[in-house]
Design a protein around this ligand. Structure first.
Ligand code: SF4
Ligand code: SF4
Length: 126
C-alpha cells in the first residue's frame, strides 16, 4: 500500500535533485532504433559509427557503453552531455520505473520516501 502511494507521489511530485546517481549506478541503458537515430543525428555521424564509438551489446541488444568507473559514457562534469537527444530509457526515469534499486539511489525518490515516512509517523501518533 505504502509503495503504491510512493509511486503515485513520484508521478505527481518528483523533482530531480541532480545527484547524477542514475547515470553513475552500474547497469544498462538500452537503446531503441529511434534512440540510435536521434543520437547519431545529434553527433552527425552514421548509426554504424555511433554503435562503434558509443555502444556495447548486451543480451543481443544495443546499450550505451560505460566509462572505466561504470558511469554512462555520456556523463561529464556538467551532467548528461547528450541531454536533448538522450535515450527513451533515461527520459522515462524515474516516472515509468518500478525497480526497487532506484528507490535506494535516486535522491529525488528518497526525498519522497522520507517525506512519506514522516507523514505516516505523524498520523500513527494521532
Ligand atoms: S544518456 Fe545521459 S541521462 Fe542517460 S544515463 Fe547517460 S548521462 Fe545519464
Ligand atoms: S538519481 Fe534521481 S535525483 Fe539523481 S539525477 Fe537521477 S533522476 Fe535526478
Amino acid at each position: 500500500m505504502r509503495r503504491k502511494i510512493i509511486i503515485r507521489k513520484i508521478q505527481e511530485d518528483f523533482n530531480c535533485l541532480r545527484c547524477q546517481r542514475c547515470c553513475r549506478t552500474p547497469g544498462f541503458v538500452f537503446l531503441t532504433g529511434k534512440d540510435m537515430s536521434r543520437l547519431s543525428t545529434f553527433f552527425r555521424i552514421t548509426r554504424e559509427e555511433f554503435t562503434e564509438r558509443y555502444c556495447r551489446k548486451q543480451d543481443g541488444q544495443w546499450a550505451l557503453n560505460v566509462q572505466p568507473n561504470e558511469a554512462c559514457i555520456f556523463l561529464d562534469t556538467g551532467g548528461c552531455s547528450v541531454h536533448e537527444a538522450k535515450p527513451q530509457q533515461c527520459r522515462d526515469f524515474p516516472m515509468k520505473w518500478r525497480d526497487e534499486e532506484c528507490f535506494e539511489y535516486c535522491a529525488g525518490i528518497r526525498r519522497i520516501v522520507i517525506d512519506q515516512q514522516k507523514t505516516c509517523s505523524v498520523s500513527d501518533k494521532r
